[in-house]
Write a protein of this length. Structure first.
Length: 255
């Protein structure tokens, strides 16, 4: 199932495309996360990736696992796990990243007593997005389940649909409620606004009528003004009225 270097400790998640394990790296003694494709790219001597490439609409398109490895290698731990290994095993592509001692951002927020905890986390996320965008990397699937907190520092996981420079995976970008049609860095900005809305209100933007299209979100007095203003700006019904970079949002949250 996996190279013998990686000893499976537990299965973490699975989908129609991939399966994720927590493993022990026997070469280093460190815990790692291994994500392996369920659909093989090779059957015998037949490389199915050539068939997939022929079906993709762009010459720049890559497999999800290759793209995830490229993103992690480019970021080198900035807002992301550190890449450990990437390769093919028995026809299935896999990527290995350093294990993160982390917790979901919703769990982290629920433990905080400081009234500005969400503002602090939002500011750190905005700075992180500015950094990765500067490197030419766009996550393209920001949502609560893809944001973890390592202590008080946010990290993004699941980089399989990220774009790095001109390379990308074909088709799927983002999750319903957290996407608006953009595929460049603006996709992350809108999703960041939707993420903050979900964290501030406990409501899914996917189930909020007109979110990002018709009306500005309404917040209760318990939501910090900077967060509310950031959400309204990032998800403005008119895309041209939204911020053009994460740096603009940093300035708003710091005001």
């Amino acid at each position: 199932m996996l190279p013998t270097r990686f000893e499976i400790q537990t299965q973490l998640a699975s989908s129609e495309r991939s399966i994720v394990f927590r493993c022990l790296d026997l070469a280093s003694g460190a815990e790692v996360m291994v994500k392996r494709d369920l659909v093989p790219l090779m059957v015998g001597d037949i490389w199915l990736g050539d068939i997939q490439t022929a079906l993709w609409s762009s010459d720049a398109a890559r497999s999800e696992r290759s793209q995830e490895a490229l993103a992690l290698a480019t970021l080198q731990g900035r807002m992301a796990p550190v890449l450990v290994d990437h390769g093919m095993w028995q026809g299935h592509e896999y990527v290995v990243a350093a294990w993160l001692e982390a917790e979901p951002i919703e769990v982290w927020l629920a433990r905080q007593v400081a009234p500005d905890a969400l503002v602090v986390a939002a500011s750190k996320l905005a700075r992180g997005l500015a950094d990765i965008h500067q490197l030419g990397v766009v996550h393209r699937d920001i949502k609560p389940s893809n944001v973890l907190m390592c202590g008080d520092e946010p990290r993004l996981v699941d980089w399989e649909v990220a774009s790095v420079g001109r390379t990308h995976v074909s088709g799927r970008v983002g999750t319903r409620g957290y996407r608006d049609g953009a595929t460049d860095h603006r996709a992350d900005l809108f999703a960041f606004g939707a993420l903050l809305y979900a964290l501030a209100t406990g409501k899914s933007p996917a189930h909020t009528p007109g979110f990002g299209r018709v009306v500005a979100p309404v917040f209760g007095p318990e939501v910090p003004g900077g967060v509310a203003d950031a959400v309204r700006w990032l998800t403005h019904a008119c895309p041209e009225a939204r911020p053009s970079s994460a740096n603009e949002v940093i300035a708003l949250l710091s005001g």
